[in-house]
Design a protein around this ligand. Structure first.
Ligand SMILES: NC(=O)C1=CN([C@@H]2O[C@H](COP(=O)(O)OP(=O)(O)OC[C@H]3O[C@@H](n4cnc5c(N)ncnc54)[C@H](OP(=O)(O)O)[C@@H]3O)[C@@H](O)[C@H]2O)C=CC1
Ligand SMILES: O=C(CO)[C@H](O)[C@H](O)COP(=O)(O)O
Length: 481
């Protein structure tokens, strides 16, 4: 590093793979002098050689050089693999920094790790910000959605930089201080969980239109293109049209027919479900999406069961009239359920951890830059602005009326799928969730009776306070418990 650049960089990025290099370029393009470092220095050199003209980069071969390049208080963004690599980089940096300096982890860290790291670094006088960053390669370069946690004090210093490089919608940055310690990474985790649910619902729509409706991938791509100009307008619907319309150069077949049907996952969807189980929040749409990926990857089990049941119902099924429009309604209603469940999980975590998260603000910063950006996030923001204590998104006037209008079509789609043997766990579970929440009485009463029978677990009554037990193996009289 040249002597003249010592202590001059505004911010640093270490970890220059897909996300880190594009984030560094975004910072540089926005006028920040940015110090850059990667464990393997060839990446640092490649970044500066290929993109040095885009802004003011200070390359560093080592972490001590990176730290030396920065103005005080120092701000260093880590964009390396989540888990142990992130801990290794934090440990090395912490020994090089001074009280008041700040480490920002922009990777997909588990929020519990972020809470642990924040507490440990706070003891040393260092700020630690776990910042969820969404938008993939393109978003990191041109404006991601950023979900920073950490202290309010850290946001005062860091916020203006992050808000500058974030995506903008209606002039507002897609970045806001989410809440203390792990709040930012929690919200990013739920964002990814919703991303899983959204993609599963899109995939089910495609499957129905293909195997019940008889449409070819390119035609289904056109259907999605049309849908992208209405209530369903979103990045994922837009790129579905692109993927379905793409033809494989090697075979001349639709690309979707030559991609192996085994969905992979890095873990954020699974974490969302695990945390929802801990919090007692039913995120059935996200859970079905995670399980659908796991099922698709179990190729041996799939082959065995397919061999045992070779006859195909779908050949006998007839395309119901109006299927395309029905699927559009079912997709919209099921999406509303998935988002409602995700927001419920954020609210529950906010209460449990004392984060005080503004749900409307989360919808606001997801409107641009991120993978789940969608027109209807404006509606979600408006719903939580009207009533921050909303019992569920489903009861907001706009969503209640949209789901009401979609309801019959939604049921027809699930019936058609069941008849044709097309698996639609996302649509079916979303409809079951909606029906369960609306039910006057749930069969949970019988579950309680059974628990009392085999384990004397007691039950409450609808007509009296207290807990009760029936003496099942004696005279079956009831006693207060
Ligand atoms: N890709 C995406 O679309 C998104 C990714 N993220 C998250 O952002 C982070 C970065 O993602 P991405 O750019 O895809 O890169 P990867 O997750 O593939 O990580 C590669 C980077 O990590 C560095 N690294 C790995 N192990 C170590 C270690 N022990 N010590 C130091 N550095 C190490 C690599 O250095 P080297 O070159 O030396 O191997 C390289 O810079 C991850 O946490 C990811 O989950 C978040 C949103 C979207
Ligand atoms: O964070 C992201 C977008 O917001 C990543 O794209 C996400 O990690 C993809 O997850 P998976 O590989 O599990 O589908």
């Amino acid at each position: 590093m040249a002597e003249s650049t010592t202590g001059t960089a505004r911010i640093a990025v270490t970890g220059l793979a897909t996300m880190g290099s594009n984030l560094a370029r975004n910072l540089a393009r926005n006028g920040f002098r940015v110090a850059v470092h990667n464990r393997t220095p060839a990446r640092t050199r490649a970044l500066v050689e290929q993109h040095g003209h885009e802004g003011d980069f200070v390359p560093a071969e080592t972490l001590p050089d990176l730290v030396a390049a920065l103005q005080r208080p120092r701000q260093i963004i880590i964009m390396v693999k989540a888990g142990q690599p992130t801990d290794a980089v934090i440990d090395e940096l912490a020994d090089l920094l001074e009280p008041g300096d700040m480490i920002i982890d922009g990777g997909n860290a588990h929020f519990a790790d972020t809470r642990r790291r924040e507490a440990r670094l706070r003891e040393r006088g260092l700020h630690f910000v776990g910042a969820g960053i969404s938008g993939g390669e393109e978003g990191a370069l041109n404006g991601p959605s950023i979900m920073p946690g950490g202290s309010a004090e850290s946001y005062q210093h860091l916020g203006p930089v992050l808000e500058t490089i974030a995506a903008k919608v209606d002039g507002q940055p897609c970045c806001v201080h989410v809440g203390p310690d792990g709040a930012g990474h929690f919200v990013k985790m739920v964002h990814n969980g919703i991303e899983y649910a959204d993609m599963q619902l899109i995939a089910e729509s495609y499957d129905l239109l293909r195997h019940v409706g008889g449409l070819e991938p390119a035609a289904i791509g056109e259907v999605f293109r049309t849908w992208n100009s209405g209530d369903l307008e979103s990045y994922l619907v837009e790129i579905t049209a692109e993927v379905l319309g793409h033809v494989d150069a090697a075979t001349g077949k639709p690309l979707v027919d030559v991609i192996a049907d085994q969905a992979e996952q890095k873990g954020t969807g699974r974490w969302t479900v695990q945390e929802a189980l801990e919090l007692g929040v039913p995120v059935t749409g996200i859970a079905e999406a995670v399980f659908a990926r796991s099922l698709s990857a179990n190729t041996d089990q799939r082959a065995a069961v397919r061999a045992a049941f070779p006859e195909a119902e779908q050949a006998a099924a007839k395309a119901p009239e109006g299927l395309v429009e029905d699927v559009r309604h079912a997709l919209f209603a099921s999406k509303v359920v998935a988002y409602a469940q995700g927001f419920d999980e954020i609210r529950a975590a906010s209460q449990t951890y004392g984060w005080n998260i503004d749900l409307g603000a989360m919808a606001t910063i997801w409107r641009g830059g991120c993978i789940i950006r969608a027109r209807f996030l404006d509606r979600i923001r408006a719903a939580y602005d009207r009533d921050p204590e909303l019992a569920s998104l489903l009861v907001d006037d706009y969503f209640a009326s949209a789901v009401e209008q979609a309801r019959e079509a939604w049921r027809r789609v699930v019936v058609a799928a069941v008849r044709a043997g097309v698996p639609t766990p996302g649509f079916s579970s979303a409809l079951a969730y909606y029906d369960a929440l609306r039910a006057e009485r749930l069969p949970a009463a019988l579950v309680q009776g059974l628990r009392d029978y085999f384990g004397a677990h007691t039950y409450r009554r609808v007509d009296r306070d207290g807990s009760f037990h029936t003496l099942w193996s004696a005279d079956r009289s009831e006693v207060s418990a």
